[in-house]
Design a protein around this ligand. Structure first.
Ligand SMILES: C[S@@+](CC[C@H](N)C(=O)[O-])C[C@H]1O[C@@H](n2cnc3c(N)ncnc32)[C@H](O)[C@@H]1O
Length: 316
């Protein structure tokens, strides 16, 4: 077993999914397998005082802590973004006859690939994260008496340092010509802008066929003078400080400069509003980690007005 620490933010997401699954209000949105795997993966994460503290918090207290330390609505956002991405994956599979390729970058303790690999046996799934996450998940699967599906691979790489092309091309089952969906859930904010640009440029050059990328991007920089941000950095031991942010207004142009068209998006608060009453959303910011779907396909006319870009569909 690796001595490398698993990401505390990845642990927080998986553990919050487990907490929400235990509530009648949110449990109904969480498939049993997602709940079981999230619980098992988070149990195997590196034991640290912060992990122990988070694990002890009942759902309401965890919600209160995240609302105050991170951003109002963040605990629910962890669930809503997973539902949004899963719906996009099903849409992508329907369009590719269930034979597409899915690459989840910064997958952490996410359960999507493990769950979907069985449902879509003709598709291929690759997860990439820093060393540690994949090992924790493999050990957890073994403990559950399960095996990693044959069409799913866990790969270790630092997205800011290791050329992704080499990492993926080293995999026999990887095919750069196959229609591909890349998922970046809660990851890009930890990279520098130069690394974000490098990643999108690498993906653009690597795939010769259909390429779609769904990603979350933080709209605002962290206010480092704010006690909440300092507390969050303290809790993540300052290793997972956020860095890159991009406003939704600038996103169409930013993506066009990298060779992508922005197809649809979902602002942070709008996503919450599909599931929660307005009375609970008073302190939720309009924008925080917004979600975007881009394709490599060039458009004859690039729409630079974010207000004209359609919203990602929500299946309630
Ligand atoms: C907030 S967690 C999100 C995990 C998962 N995507 C989810 O939403 O459940 C951020 C993840 O990004 C990964 N990450 C951050 N920087 C990375 C890098 N430079 N290379 C690879 N993974 C990275 C962390 O290890 C962690 O698993």
């Amino acid at each position: 077993m690796s001595q490398v620490k698993t990401s505390i933010t990845a642990y927080s997401v998986a553990s919050c999914i487990g907490k929400l699954a235990s509530t009648p209000e949110w449990g109904k949105y969480i498939p049993e397998e997602m709940a079981e795997l999230s619980a098992s993966f988070s149990k195997g994460a590196t034991d640290t005082p912060v992990k122990r503290l988070i694990s002890l918090l009942p759902p309401k207290l965890a919600e209160f802590a995240l609302d105050n330390i991170l951003v109002p609505g963040m605990m629910h956002h962890f669930l809503f973004r997973k539902l949004l991405i899963e719906a996009e994956l099903h849409r992508f599979m329907a369009e590719t006859g269930g034979a597409g390729q899915v690459i989840i970058l910064g997958a952490g303790l996410d359960t999507l690939a493990v769950r979907m690999a069985g449902k879509y046996p003709a598709a291929r799934f690759f997860e990439v994260d820093l060393p540690g996450a994949g090992e924790v998940k493999l050990v957890a699967l073994k403990r559950m008496g399960r095996q990693l599906p044959g069409n799913c691979r866990f790969l270790a790489a630092d997205l800011a340092k290791t050329p992704l092309t080499g990492v993926l091309n080293a995999e026999k089952s990887f095919n750069s010509g196959t229609a591909t969906l890349v998922i970046l859930e809660g990851v890009l904010m930890y990279l520098r802008e130069s690394d974000v640009k490098g990643l999108f440029t690498t993906l653009h050059a690597l795939f010769s066929g259909q390429l779609e990328i769904i990603f979350g991007a933080m709209a605002h920089p962290d206010d480092v003078k704010n006690w909440r941000v300092r507390a969050a950095n303290f809790l993540t031991e300052a290793q997972e400080k956020t860095d890159w942010h991009a406003s939704s207004r600038d996103m169409p142009g930013f993506m066009a400069s990298l060779g992508y068209s922005l197809k649809s998006w979902m602002p942070y608060k709008k996503l919450q509003a599909f599931y929660r009453p307005a009375t609970e959303l008073r302190n939720v910011p309009e924008e925080d980690e917004n979600y975007y779907l881009v394709t490599k396909t060039p458009q004859s006319v690039v729409n630079f007005d974010i207000g004209q870009i359609p919203l990602l569909p929500i299946n309630l």
